[in-house]
Write a protein that binds this ligand. Structure first.
Ligand SMILES: C[S@@+](CC[C@H](N)C(=O)[O-])C[C@H]1O[C@@H](n2cnc3c(N)ncnc32)[C@H](O)[C@@H]1O
Length: 188
């Protein structure tokens, strides 16, 4: 199976090199490991994370409320994305690897209880959402990694948060591929 070919058949926002990076990160998670995705849309990143997780013997929790809303004249989010997500996961044989959680990340985090090996942040792109997602969910990432989308300047709120994060010194950026950054805790 060519992972990059598989990814482009799912409507979504990752380019092929970001797709490769995300697959590599997911497939390096330990067996039985935990991957959390914030923002699934129709499942391009979900499928990639799921394929990597399946190869590693790990699992993915995919969080997206699929609330009806328009971002601009061309993009509309909603329950049609939930239908596409379920179809794509079935198509790629990921029904036993990916758990769909149709709730907002901030609702899920209050009941969360286990450590996370890989966190993928691609939900709300306003400053408060990005900051909240990173701060609330990173509590569950110690040795693991956090990958975040849209960090290359097209989303000023996301870039502002990343600048602040790196300036604070607790997290370092260990990879940057197109708009995707990967962070890890600084070890002393
Ligand atoms: C840019 S899209 C995600 C794209 C997807 N990762 C891909 O690879 O195609 C953003 C998604 O985040 C979801 N979202 C918005 N706010 C959210 C929240 N608080 N928690 C979880 N998902 C959220 C939206 O419903 C939307 O589907």
């Amino acid at each position: 199976l060519n992972i990059l070919d598989a990814a482009v058949s799912v409507i979504g926002f990752l380019d092929p090199l970001e797709t490769r990076l995300l697959y590599d990160l997911a497939s390096q998670v330990p067996a039985g490991g935990v991957i959390v995705e914030i923002g699934s849309y129709q499942g391009r990143s979900t499928v990639i994370l799921g394929l990597g997780a399946k190869a590693a013997g790990a699992f993915v929790w995919a969080l997206d409320p699929h609330e009806e809303h328009s971002v601009d004249a061309f993009s509309h989010y909603g329950m049609k994305d939930n239908a596409a997500l379920m179809e794509n996961l079935t198509l790629f044989g990921l029904g036993e690897t990916v758990r769909i959680v149709a709730l907002k990340s901030e609702q899920v985090v209050y009941g969360w209880h286990c450590m996370i090996d890989l966190l993928w942040i691609d939900g709300g792109h306003d400053y408060d959402s990005v900051k909240r997602d990173f701060e609330e969910w990173s509590k569950y990432v110690s040795d693991g990694k956090i990958a975040m989308h849209d960090t290359s300047g097209h989303y000023p709120d996301v870039s502002r948060f990343v600048d602040e994060l790196l300036a604070a010194g607790e997290w370092e950026r260990i990879a940057l591929q197109d708009a995707t950054s990967v962070f890890q805790r600084v070890t002393i």
